[in-house]
Design a protein around this ligand. Structure first.
Ligand code: ADP
Ligand code: ADP
Length: 230
């Protein structure tokens, strides 16, 4: 059974723009699927229909066997972490507090949330003793992306949705982050849908790559090996 299943999913915005057209895609548990394609072809819209930041116009979205197409998205958000390019860290809170926010919201004690935050920082390659008390502006772009990933992992969601998560860091750091993230994702068995306009990134990270074409249509879904053989 799929962890995420999109069936005939479409989105037409209020102004008549057809962003996504009748999309079918199933993502297996523990799989990393990259959505790739030129700007404006509906990748972000597709991602946001999975966590219901956007409600589809047509079709159905299932997450972990549940139809989440309509209705209350609050429970859904708990099982989905979301990482975007411009990580919205709270600027006046320390890194530790930024990562602790979600566990605290879910009622964990401060001490449990703090040790969890430190664990997650180490997991994404940030020395907790050094960085826990720092503020977001004191970190490099690459380090802020790591904090974003740590914060998304804080609720231990089975699913991570990522929109250009490595777009804001320089190319050398990006390759390192990509490789580290792939290892982390495999080790933790997270199901990931990752949006990128960078075909190299998609091929490096994806178990499968979904190639979008203009008009929000899926041109093909293939493994990196299949794509490279063409
Ligand atoms: P991508 O992520 O591939 O760049 P998007 O999903 O952001 O593409 O956008 C798909 C299409 O929908 C584009 O033509 C974009 O201009 C349009 N679009 C995105 N958001 C809105 C909106 N809120 N209202 C109207 N059109 C939108
Ligand atoms: P990365 O490889 O993670 O992108 P950088 O090469 O950008 O890291 O930064 C290297 C070091 O400089 C890091 O340890 C980071 O903490 C530190 N650093 C970067 N920007 C700042 C800043 N504005 N204030 C303090 N330290 C910074």
């Amino acid at each position: 059974p799929a962890m995420i299943r999109l069936s005939g999913v479409g989105k037409t915005y209020a102004d008549g723009t057809v962003a996504v057209h009748e999309l079918d895609l199933a993502v297996a548990p523990g799989e990393l699927v990259c959505l790739v394609g030129p700007s404006g072809c509906g990748k972000s819209t597709t991602l946001k229909m999975i966590n219901r930041l956007i409600e589809p116009t047509t079709g159905t979205v299932e997450v972990d066997g549940e139809d989440v197409t309509h209705g209350d998205p609050v429970a859904l958000r708990r099982s989905i972490g979301y990482v975007i390019q411009q990580v919205g860290l709270f600027p006046h809170q320390t890194i530790e507090t930024n990562v602790m926010t979600v566990p605290l919201l879910y009622g964990e004690s401060r001490s449990t949330a703090r040790s969890r935050a430190h664990e997650l920082m180490e997991l994404v390659g940030l020395d907790a003793a050094t960085y826990a008390g720092r503020y977001p502006h004191q970190l490099s772009g690459g380090q802020r992306q790591r904090v974003g990933v740590a914060r998304a992992l804080a609720a231990d969601p089975p699913v991570l949705l990522m929109d250009e998560p490595f777009g804001a860091v320089d190319p050398v750091v990006r390759v390192r982050l990509q490789e580290e993230f792939k290892t982390l994702q495999r080790d933790l068995g997270k199901t990931v849908v990752l949006v990128t306009h960078d075909i190299d990134e998609a091929v490096r990270l994806g178990d499968r790559v979904a190639v979008f074409a203009a008009g929000g249509r899926l041109a093909q879904v293939a493994t990196p090996a299949e794509l490279l053989a063409r």
